[in-house]
Ligand binder design. Structure first.
Ligand code: PLP
Length: 447
């Protein structure tokens, strides 16, 4: 009889210490089901869980033991994804959410309440900018936006009510890599956790190794990888010293009336498995996820597990295709300007090397000559590439922001955000590079 364990300890399987990321995405958290012997993670389509005894039930509810109560908080299929993605990024644990926006919301509100502030890079996905600048402001959480080309600006904007720093590893759509190592060093000196959105660069960027404390992803994009579901995840590295910075983080260190005056830093010690490795996530799951209900379905988790299995193969191919697209465009007569991380100025290319090894990322932005009308003609002339306002699909996607996502933004504000009349964004897919280049050349010719 094969004595293979049904589960692999994610601590032993974390990259660098044991298994490599390519192996983690296939094996960590689940090997086979001990009753059916299936090797694919089952979709546990159940919203609640049986309590074998009344004592067990109260122990689980009071967080004296690890166990499942209700699928708004946890689900066995979601659990496997959480273990796998945490080990993949080199973290202590993870919480799967209903979207990337939900992940960012929970990651920040777990530390900040009304009257507090966070410091964020000004180069952000537009949806995140809205969330921080408008919705969080209405909740009383101020976001101080700073220019990431000057990492010291993070220090200068910090005060005693600052609860975290935030940036995107490769900002969508500016494509100038965020100085994770430099801002991480400042964060460590001051004692503020650095939250990095790694949506655009899973596998090719390792934010925890560079100095991040918490990673968020829109799983919707490259991890899912096939345009089939919306989801997000928060991953805790598990090394931030909440005790040492207790005054700055009362939500983490004081008795929490949102959960029977629990002390999160103590409660975590009595729990085994993933729940015992991160007080930050234990609190998030049992207060914010419990109350907001931003949970993913078991079916979505299954799709994310499928995507994760091939992510280490797909990301290098996305990047190689994107690099070839950027090279072709930079020599084209109808193209005024191309933005691609490994083809920028010295700082941009140095940051690309530091954040992404040799890779340049999976997206290309360029400006077509002829303004708004040329941009529209280009999009309308594409035959293979989809006109879709998304990124991270296996298929190549193109958008012309001036006529779509930014059409209602005043021109001056749009230009300040880096969106010119002829700006085109490409999320470069996995088709044969000859076919991608052929479609782009045809559409440029017709623009
Ligand atoms: N973060 C980044 C960098 C994004 O590009 C997006 C969406 O495009 C999000 C977060 C939000 O993710 P979701 O659409 O899954 O809510």
């Amino acid at each position: 009889m094969n004595e293979m364990p049904a589960r692999i300890d994610p601590a032993a399987a974390s990259p660098g210490e044991g298994l490599h990321p390519e192996t983690v995405v296939l094996h960590t958290g689940f090997r086979y089901d001990p009753t059916t012997y299936v090797t694919t993670v089952p979709i546990y389509q159940s919203n609640a869980y049986f309590f074998p005894s009344i004592d067990y039930a109260s122990d689980v509810f009071d967080l004296r033991t690890s166990g499942r109560t209700y699928s708004r908080l946890m689900n066995p299929t979601c659990d496997v994804f959480e273990e796998r993605i945490a080990a993949f990024e080199g973290g202590a644990g993870a919480l799967l959410t209903s979207s990337g926006q939900a992940a960012i919301t929970l990651a920040i509100l777990n530390l900040a309440k009304s009257g507090d502030n966070i410091i964020s890079s000004s180069q952000l996905y537009g949806g995140t900018w809205n969330l921080l600048a408008r919705t969080f402001a209405r909740l009383g959480v101020e976001t101080r936006f700073v220019d990431p080309t000057d990492p010291e600006a993070f220090r200068a904007a910090t005060d005693e009510r600052t609860r975290c720093y935030f940036g995107e590893a490769l900002p969508n759509p500016m494509l100038v890599p965020f100085p994770i190592r430099e801002v991480g060093a400042i964060a460590r000196e001051i004692g503020v956790p650095l939250v990095i959105d790694n949506t655009m660069t899973p596998y090719i960027s390792r934010p925890f190794d560079l100095g991040a404390d918490i990673i968020v992803h829109s799983v919707t994009k490259y991890i899912c990888g096939h345009g089939t579901a919306v989801g997000g995840v928060v991953i805790d590295k598990g090394t931030f010293d909440w005790h040492r910075h207790a005054e700055r983080f009362p939500l983490m260190t004081q008795p929490d009336e949102a959960h029977g005056n629990i002390l999160w830093l103590e409660a975590v010690k009595g729990l085994d498995g993933a729940y015992g490795r991160s007080p930050y996530l234990l609190k998030m799951r049992n207060t914010l996820q419990r109350d907001f209900g931003a949970c993913a379905s078991a079916f979505s988790a299954f799709l994310f597990l499928q995507g994760l299995e091939t992510l280490p193969l797909r990301m290098p191919r996305h990047c190689e295709n994107a690099r070839q697209v950027a090279e072709m465009l930079s020599g084209h007569a109808k193209v005024l300007d191309v933005t691609y991380p490994t083809m920028g100025d010295a700082r941009m290319t140095a940051l690309a090397r530091e954040n992404m090894g040799g890779y340049g990322g999976p997206m290309v932005q360029f400006e077509i000559a002829g303004g708004i009308e040329a941009g529209k003609r280009f999009i309308q002339s594409l035959q293979l590439i989809y006109h879709v306002s998304n990124i991270g699909d296996a298929r190549t996607l193109a958008t012309h922001p001036a006529s779509t996502t930014h059409a209602s933004v005043p021109r001056e504000a749009r230009l300040a955000a880096g969106v010119k009349d002829g700006t085109i964004r490409l999320s470069v897919g996995l088709e044969h590079i000859g076919d991608i280049l052929g479609d782009l050349e045809r559409a440029l010719g017709a623009a």
